[in-house]
Design a protein around this ligand. Sequence first.
Ligand code: NAP
Length: 300
Amino acid sequence: MTAKIIDGVAVAKKIRDDCRGRVQRIVAQSGTRPGLAVIIVGSDPASQIYVRNKIRACANVGIESLRFDYPADVNQDAVIDRITRLNDDPAVHGILVQLPLPPSFDMARILHSISADKDVDGFHLYNVGGLVVGGTVFPPCTPYGVLKLLEHEHIALEGRNVVVVGASNIVGKPMALMLMQHEATVSICHAKTRDLAQFTILADILVVAAGYPNLIQPEMVRTGAVVIDVGINRLGDGRLVGDVNFDGVAAKASYITPVPGGVGPMTVSMLLVNTITSCERWQQQTFVPIFSKFPARVTK
Ligand code: NAP
């Protein structure tokens, strides 16, 4: 068997085309343009590239973006003060703080100071809770992108055995919860899992987000499995690879995502989707009642 390679670049492009249409409709109906504020602390080179890509993607679909740069030694209260002002700014529909933050920062405090109504990364406790009980407002972008890839390929989830390797708060855990909502039977593995292969071999669908090159070898994968590689690892020779031995596993799987060009492009596209959804909620006044700090709509 040779796997079909899922083209994340092509799927992400379709989503961005759709985003462009939604932005045009919002502007035509309300005169408002969706706005995303991006906060970056420090000068981590990878984070700088990610932020640049997000801002470029916003421009590409017509979302207004605002960028706020802080030095690594800034007092975190200054960042929280900025977030508070952005929470109250009616021109801003999404706020994201680029991670990682410097070690001196209380990441939870920063993330939870973002209004749940503008939490387009989906990291606020309200949105995390929504994943548990169903009906979250903003699904976290990377697992949301994985779901969209599966949906695009018409890969059914109901009743399937899905194994998620990686249990981080931003990828593995929300991924598992979202798959459970689609009535998959989900196992979650992490660094302390004993004999990883005894789990992965049972997977109809294997999602890998460990950050460990070549973690998944062909003998760990069932023939015909769907393999989604979320990992991004920079090797010593400069090459970018995922967590899966791509050539070996592609010979056994039915579907596989490449790195680069698989999940990566989807993550930014889903950020655009969440930002536009937020603006549409503002337009329709359908806010989260408990945490809402969204300012009332200003009529012109
Ligand atoms: P993270 O916070 O470091 O979490 C990694 C997870 O993998 C942890 O749960 C860890 O287990 C588990 N793990 C590590 N080594 C393992 C092993 N040998 N066997 C089984 N599990 C193992 O990383 P993350 O932020 O979730 O990101 C994971 C990967 O996805 C990274 O390569 C990152 O660059 C990539 N990523 C890609 C995108 C994208 O857009 N494509 C977005 C986000 C992240 P413990 O919990 O026990 O430590």
